[in-house]
Design a binder for this molecule. Structure first.
Ligand SMILES: Cc1ncc(COP(=O)(O)O)c(C=O)c1O
Length: 396
């Protein structure tokens, strides 16, 4: 009863996977195993556990995982739909480990211009010192990406929609082209989560989540996941083990608890996010709303073709006004926290300026860009708060 089967829907998998079942006296949730040392009855048993064919799942030493860690790995793998999952200490480390797993010194990598900014910094610093060259590409490039491949191109890092500016990408097209050139495709799929887009079913080789966001869902855990199949899985395992990466059992327990309600939460984030986006779209103070589920968004057709839903994160370009007007709008909000990250139950708002980050497609929009995360508050209350804020923006 405790294992979600492949044929089930995501809601069933999220409810049944990663639970202890009869192994834990019928207790519904897998217990939190705090473990560093594990002892064995004999040398033979120790060697069998550490080096036998099931060593990935053997409890041999705390850093290598426990029943709590394995339960979370199983739960994430179940909704990714294919492959096996490794857990790492953050979403950023999931991106870094994925890139290290597919690249060697002298290689070339293509990274979307709209990728999460610290991923770019990793490429511009660590990968550069390994003599790995990066080309940033226009996220809307589609089939045109084929011109950017070199004989040394071994990977493409995609993110859709993009961080902060929310451009969609043609993932199946990019994946097909990359495979013709024998390059691996890595996707940061944190926005959609595997409930709204399953990367491995669309040609992606390594599926990355900042578990910190929707999977955790309560703004109290930092963690990342990488899901892949062979041959990439062995390379990810190598890097995770060689770097000694490990996650704590209490954090795994919090994420498992968060994931049980992921479907219900995401449905609400989606509905509230869309309601706010549509309301903002009609406002005089707003120039553009950057949300692929809106019919006039440039990425809408790709989103409709490939995705099963939208989460609660989107962008808004305001008509130009002073920094004081922006501060009057945002600082006076009562229900929106001002802060980085997103994916928790609470609404957030933060200004962004992509001008200093983009290199392939310069960001030329003169208006203030803000990013909104629609939380689980009542949408009408959020709209009243935004309405008062926009009145302050217009008046300042
Ligand atoms: C799209 C995206 N990917 C990755 C990350 C990094 O995740 P973490 O904060 O868990 O390192 C973030 C964090 O904001 C993000 O927004």
């Amino acid at each position: 009863m405790s294992q979600g089967r492949k044929g089930h829907g995501d809601g069933t998998r999220l409810t049944h996977t990663g639970r202890g079942g009869t192994r834990h006296h019928g207790v519904v949730n897998t217990p939190v195993y705090h473990v560093s040392t594990v002892t064995f009855p004999s040398i033979a048993a120790l060697h069998q556990a550490a080096h036998g064919p099931q060593s990935d799942r053997a409890v041999t030493y705390g850093r290598r995982g426990s029943p709590t860690t394995f339960a979370l790995q199983d739960a994430i793998a179940a909704i990714e739909g294919a492959g096996s999952t490794f857990l790492v200490p953050s979403g950023l480390s999931a991106i870094a480990v994925s890139l290290l797993s597919v690249l060697n010194p002298g290689d070339h990598v293509l990274i979307s211009d709209s990728a999460y900014a610290p991923a770019r910094q990793f490429a511009d610093t660590v990968l550069r010192t390994l003599a790995i060259e990066t080309t940033y590409y226009d996220p809307r490039i589609g089939a045109g990406i084929s011109k950017l491949f070199r004989p040394s191109t071994r990977a493409v890092l995609v993110e859709a929609p993009g961080s902060v500016t929310f451009e969609m990408q043609d993932i199946p097209e990019i994946a097909m082209t990359a495979h013709v050139h024998r390059a691996a495709v890595l996707m940061d799929n944190t926005w959609a989560t595997p409930l709204f887009f399953k990367p491995l079913e669309h040609g992606v080789d390594l599926s990355i989540q900042s578990v910190t966001k929707y999977l955790g869902g309560h703004a109290d855990v930092v963690m990342g996941s990488i899901t892949a199949s062979e041959p990439w899985l062995s390379r990810v395992r190598h890097w995770v083990h060689q770097l000694g990466l490990s996650v704590g059992p209490d954090d795994c327990n919090l994420v498992l608890r968060g994931m049980r309600t992921l479907g219900a939460r995401l449905a609400q984030h989606q509905a509230t996010g869309l309601k706010l986006a549509e309301w903002l779209h009609a406002r005089n103070e707003v120039k553009h709303v950057l949300h692929p589920a809106l019919p006039d968004d440039p990425g809408h057709e790709l989103w409709k073709r490939d995705f099963d839903g939208a989460s609660g994160l989107f962008g808004v370009v305001l008509k130009p006004a002073s920094a004081e007007a922006l501060a009057a709008f945002i600082d006076g909000l009562e229900l929106f926290g001002i802060g980085y990250s997103w994916g928790g139950y609470e609404s957030l708002i933060v200004p962004h300026d992509p001008r200093g980050i983009r290199t392939a497609v310069p960001w030329t929009e003169p208006g203030n860009l803000i990013r909104i995360h629609a939380g689980l508050e009542d949408a009408d209350d959020l709209i009243s708060d935004l309405s008062a804020g926009l009145a302050r923006y217009a008046a300042a």
